[in-house]
Design a protein around this ligand. Structure first.
Ligand SMILES: [Zn+2]
Length: 79
């Protein structure tokens, strides 16, 4: 959990913090943003709630910052 110590996630379904983090094991674990050029997309992370089984997906903060940079750059150039 490098760099994620200050980030607290709650289950989107039941609000539990009893979560198991990981990655999806297939090529579908990559988020490719529409309208933003990326070669590889952004690899998402996933969690499963150990209380209710809800599975959530998110981008780690470093990836999110890269996406923000790319998105704002593209927006300025494209409009
Ligand atoms: Zn839950």
């Amino acid at each position: 959990m490098l760099g994620e110590k200050n980030v607290t996630f709650n289950c989107m379904s039941c609000g539990s913090t009893d979560l198991c983090f990981g990655y999806l094991g297939t090529a579908a674990n990559t988020f490719v943003p529409t309208g933003v050029f990326t070669v590889h997309g952004f690899r998402s992370r996933s969690y499963v709630c150990l209380k209710c089984g809800y599975m959530g997906h998110y981008l780690p903060k470093d990836k999110l910052e890269k996406l923000r940079e790319k998105f704002s750059t593209q927006y300025e150039e494209g409009v």
